[in-house]
Ligand binder design. Sequence first.
Ligand SMILES: Nc1nc2c(c(=O)[nH]1)N[C@H]1C(S)=C(S)[C@@H](COP(=O)(O)OP(=O)(O)OC[C@H]3O[C@@H](n4cnc5c(=O)[nH]c(N)nc54)[C@H](O)[C@@H]3O)O[C@H]1N2
Ligand SMILES: Nc1nc2c(c(=O)[nH]1)N[C@H]1C(S)=C(S)[C@@H](COP(=O)(O)OP(=O)(O)OC[C@H]3O[C@@H](n4cnc5c(=O)[nH]c(N)nc54)[C@H](O)[C@@H]3O)O[C@H]1N2
Ligand SMILES: [Mo]
Length: 768
Amino acid sequence: MKFTRQPAPVADIDEDLLEVHEPKKAAAGVKAVMVALERAVAQAGVQRTTQSLLRLNQKGGFDCPGCAWPEPEGKRKAAEFCENGAKAVAEENTLRTVGAEFWAQHSIEELSTKTEYWLGNQGRLSEPVVIRPGDTHYSPISWTDAFDLIGEHVRASTPDRCVFYTSGRTANETAFMYQLFARSIGTNNLPDCSNMCHESSGSALNPTIGIGKGTVSLDDIHDAELIFVVGQNPGTNHPRMLSALKECKDKGGKVVAANPLPEAGLFNFRDPQTVSGVVGNGTPLADEFLQIKVGGDLALFQALGHLLLEEEKRNPGSVVDREFVDARTDGFQAYSEARATLDWDETERATGLDRAQIETVAGMLLRSKATIFCWALGITQQPHSVDTIREMVNVLLMQGNFGKPGAGACPVRGHSNVQGDRTMGIWEKPSEGLLGALDAEFGIESPRHHGYDAVETLEAFERDEVDVFVSMGGNFSLAASDTEVLEAGMQRVGLTVHISTKPNRSHVVHGRTSLILPTLGRTDRDDKHAGGKQFLSVEDSMSVVHSTQGRLKPVSDHLLSEPVIVARMAEAALGEEHPVDWRAMAEDYDVIRDHISRVIPGFEDFNARVRNKSGFVLPNPPRDTRSFATDIGRGRFTVSPLEYLEAPAGHLVLQTLRSHDQYNTTFYGLDDRYRGISDGRRVILIHPEDLQEHGFQDRELVDVVSVFAGTERRADKFRLVAYPTAKGCAAAYFPEANALVHKENVARESNTPGFKAMFVRFEAHREG
Ligand SMILES: Nc1nc2c(c(=O)[nH]1)N[C@H]1C(S)=C(S)[C@@H](COP(=O)(O)OP(=O)(O)OC[C@H]3O[C@@H](n4cnc5c(=O)[nH]c(N)nc54)[C@H](O)[C@@H]3O)O[C@H]1N2
Ligand SMILES: Nc1nc2c(c(=O)[nH]1)N[C@H]1C(S)=C(S)[C@@H](COP(=O)(O)OP(=O)(O)OC[C@H]3O[C@@H](n4cnc5c(=O)[nH]c(N)nc54)[C@H](O)[C@@H]3O)O[C@H]1N2
Ligand SMILES: [Mo]
């Protein structure tokens, strides 16, 4: 293959189009709704748009494929969606299709030069296609032949040379069948997007509070006295969270935000559903904004813990919830000894914040009787992420902020069902409890040894140890780190299988043989079954499980649902004799749910409870009973040494993030409205003083070099844009900058790529 050395083209590099304006100071508002509707109508027409948006996030409707933020209980507004949710729906609802003609017209060589934006804009995949060694184009294949091909490749391989990736849009029922399929073959190679996302949260929370999930409900957000929003850009990525923060503020709560960037949604929310949001100034959100350095959060939470303990010394009993700490936790003594002293110079250096500012925020914590910490990827994608989250847990535990109204830990999840996928067993390190239950239910023998996570998968590609790579949704080639290394390895895999809704880069940098299998999306009707019309279910960021059912006519008659695709892959690979009745599950999803109810704790009576319009809430011991199901049966304080990111001389710290016009590797457009960037994505946001100190001009074209463990990675032709980011900390968009992330740059313990922890320098751009 010739194109492995080329950078993955994502958006056109037309530097003349780039426009830069002042960043915005408020998020949402009527403009957001207009943008959403325009986009939806352009893609899908008025009728499909009305049909779909009216059912979005309604009871009995379909779950928004945008993010995992929960739906409010009780009365929902007529339009329970946000600009970016509507864009996600429009993206799926498009009437354009990609079928035989498209693939005949465009060779793979041509497609490899196309941008991701272009690929995604071609429309919905409408029939299965294959490309074999020596072919220049994908061409149509029947479903039966496609499944036979998969069966042949799996049988010719050994279990651990097969890998089954999952993206977090996958519904519970599909995920359950898919992990059962992998384990029936004999492997735990089940990497997923969670490995690259909130894995650090799970790695920190499981041993400290006994559950790898958040402990708050939406009501808690409304009732909190104090909410921290750390390392998160809700205005773009979880817009409906802004309504919840507004409700908290309306009730007198306070908000603290910590972020290297002054993100619009952190400051002001203009609720398009209220008069003041339409004609007034909206609601101010953050009461305190900490413009923290990238990677400085561990230092911040150590300092906050220290200040709380100092106050406790001055006024015993005023800060620490002694009763809770004594009865329900372990390790407080060691923690308080470790935090008894603090090096303020180093804290200020690590965080970029003043002592006075940190003291102000500690004062807010002291006064609050109910505090919630919300966080997302600004916390999870750095070498010391797991330590940072454990440190946040320390501060919550100290004040007893678990299992009472308005308090708790809230990792704000990404993909709409990423949390549910893990609950269903999509995990390369499954518990014995899960495997034992699967074996008992199905009469199989699940493998006990761990499988590959996302980074280990890319390393296995590199070692030529993967024969079959199946991707349930997603776009692994652009989502994972070290793009060039990954793409080179992926092209040597024997068979890649992509179960997808839209064309993407992973289809283009495919294995030696490759299948693209088109599937139904969230909004599509799923009714071609012996058991009649089917629905699926998802779990949101707050452990609420509810049904989701699309109503739109699929764009093509050739689409199969994901459960049907898994069942037929399994039958082809495992043969008719296999003890699992795959066909019964594919014909009637109630059969899948019956199995789930016997295998996965918390899903008892699943079929009845999922038919309750608001769904049901999974058990959550810290929230329900202030108890912690850790190995010691108590919540655990931990002690971590101080760590932060210090770039070598001449280098800056680089984080990657999402623009307002993208959903991970899918692009709705090339603007980043709130940050004032238009028509360009290959940009580096950089502090004006850093520009000067490093000898560059605003808008200068540069090549970027990242350094890690004595090696370098390069990505060419980015435009520097002076921006009010924290000094020393630059930012670029995901996935343009993924080629810069060395595969070994990961968070300890969780193995999540260091997407927000690169050390980079710039060189004047050279052509060629
Ligand atoms: N519209 C839309 N919605 C989405 C997505 C999307 O792509 N588009 N993606 C979905 C997915 S899968 C996910 S996981 C979530 C992601 O949701 P976010 O985590 O909000 O996503 P990012 O764009 O990565 O933004 C990270 C934020 O953390 C800040 N940050 C970076 N480094 C640090 C640090 O060291 N400390 C602190 N305190 N802050 C830091 C950045 O400036 C940025 O504001 O969103 C989900 N929702
Ligand atoms: N540099 C950098 N890299 C990152 C991140 C970062 O912050 N910085 N974030 C990481 C995170 S948090 C995540 S979650 C990953 C995302 O990684 P992935 O989940 O792998 O990527 P997506 O871009 O969400 O996947 C988009 C593709 O999913 C397919 N698709 C969409 N809907 C459906 C559906 O209903 N069914 C099926 N079968 N397919 C569908 C479409 O074909 C589309 O092209 O990226 C990670 N990569
Ligand atoms: Mo994510």
